[in-house]
Write a protein that binds this ligand. Structure first.
Ligand code: FES
Length: 95
Protein backbone atom coordinates (compact mmCIF):
# COMPACT_ATOMS: atom_id res chain seq x y z
CA UNK A 1 0.00 0.00 0.00
CA UNK A 2 1.23 3.45 -0.83
CA UNK A 3 2.07 5.62 2.17
CA UNK A 4 1.99 9.37 2.36
CA UNK A 5 3.70 10.86 5.40
CA UNK A 6 2.42 14.25 6.47
CA UNK A 7 4.54 16.55 8.60
CA UNK A 8 2.38 18.83 10.75
CA UNK A 9 3.55 20.88 13.70
CA UNK A 10 6.79 18.91 13.82
CA UNK A 11 5.04 15.54 13.99
CA UNK A 12 4.94 12.90 11.26
CA UNK A 13 1.85 10.87 10.42
CA UNK A 14 1.96 8.16 7.75
CA UNK A 15 -1.34 7.22 6.13
CA UNK A 16 -2.39 4.81 3.39
CA UNK A 17 -3.08 6.48 0.06
CA UNK A 18 -4.96 5.29 -2.97
CA UNK A 19 -3.02 5.44 -6.21
CA UNK A 20 -4.35 8.33 -8.25
CA UNK A 21 -5.77 10.20 -5.25
CA UNK A 22 -4.40 13.65 -4.65
CA UNK A 23 -2.34 14.64 -1.64
CA UNK A 24 -5.13 17.01 -0.56
CA UNK A 25 -7.82 14.31 -0.82
CA UNK A 26 -5.64 11.89 1.10
CA UNK A 27 -5.15 14.43 3.89
CA UNK A 28 -8.86 15.17 4.13
CA UNK A 29 -9.77 11.46 4.01
CA UNK A 30 -7.53 10.96 7.04
CA UNK A 31 -8.74 13.96 9.05
CA UNK A 32 -5.50 15.84 8.50
CA UNK A 33 -6.22 19.54 8.38
CA UNK A 34 -5.08 21.11 5.13
CA UNK A 35 -6.27 24.43 3.76
CA UNK A 36 -8.04 24.26 0.40
CA UNK A 37 -9.77 27.58 -0.18
CA UNK A 38 -10.66 26.90 -3.81
CA UNK A 39 -11.94 23.42 -3.12
CA UNK A 40 -9.10 21.64 -4.86
CA UNK A 41 -9.42 23.37 -8.20
CA UNK A 42 -5.83 24.54 -8.44
CA UNK A 43 -6.53 28.25 -8.30
CA UNK A 44 -5.61 29.43 -4.79
CA UNK A 45 -2.27 27.98 -3.48
CA UNK A 46 -3.58 27.48 0.08
CA UNK A 47 -2.89 23.75 -0.31
CA UNK A 48 0.79 24.38 -1.06
CA UNK A 49 3.11 21.64 0.19
CA UNK A 50 6.83 21.17 0.61
CA UNK A 51 7.83 17.75 -0.69
CA UNK A 52 10.53 16.23 1.52
CA UNK A 53 10.72 12.81 -0.19
CA UNK A 54 9.17 11.09 -3.18
CA UNK A 55 8.69 14.08 -5.48
CA UNK A 56 8.96 11.65 -8.39
CA UNK A 57 5.84 9.87 -7.09
CA UNK A 58 3.55 12.91 -7.23
CA UNK A 59 3.03 13.27 -10.95
CA UNK A 60 3.99 15.94 -13.42
CA UNK A 61 3.47 19.57 -12.56
CA UNK A 62 0.10 20.64 -13.89
CA UNK A 63 -0.77 23.68 -15.96
CA UNK A 64 -2.75 25.00 -12.99
CA UNK A 65 0.31 24.81 -10.77
CA UNK A 66 2.41 26.68 -13.31
CA UNK A 67 -0.31 29.32 -13.65
CA UNK A 68 -0.26 29.72 -9.87
CA UNK A 69 3.48 30.34 -9.89
CA UNK A 70 4.92 26.91 -9.10
CA UNK A 71 8.31 26.36 -10.73
CA UNK A 72 8.48 23.25 -12.93
CA UNK A 73 12.21 23.19 -12.22
CA UNK A 74 11.53 22.72 -8.50
CA UNK A 75 9.32 19.71 -7.85
CA UNK A 76 9.67 20.16 -4.07
CA UNK A 77 7.03 22.91 -3.92
CA UNK A 78 3.65 21.81 -5.23
CA UNK A 79 -0.07 22.29 -4.84
CA UNK A 80 -1.46 19.37 -2.86
CA UNK A 81 -4.70 19.31 -4.82
CA UNK A 82 -2.80 18.80 -8.07
CA UNK A 83 -0.39 16.05 -6.97
CA UNK A 84 -1.68 12.63 -7.98
CA UNK A 85 -0.12 9.92 -5.87
CA UNK A 86 1.76 7.13 -7.63
CA UNK A 87 4.05 6.04 -4.79
CA UNK A 88 5.35 6.87 -1.33
CA UNK A 89 6.09 10.47 -0.44
CA UNK A 90 6.67 12.72 2.56
CA UNK A 91 5.06 16.16 2.44
CA UNK A 92 4.59 19.16 4.69
CA UNK A 93 1.60 21.46 4.17
CA UNK A 94 2.71 25.08 4.07
CA UNK A 95 -0.40 26.37 5.89
S1 FES B 1 -7.00 23.88 -2.98
FE1 FES B 1 -6.77 25.69 -4.09
S2 FES B 1 -5.00 25.35 -5.26
FE2 FES B 1 -5.26 23.51 -4.20
Amino acid sequence: MTKITFIKDGNELAVDAKDGATVLQTALDNNINMDHACGGNGVCTTCMIKVHDGAENLGEMTESEEMMGMDPGDMTTRLGCQCEIAGDAKVEPAF
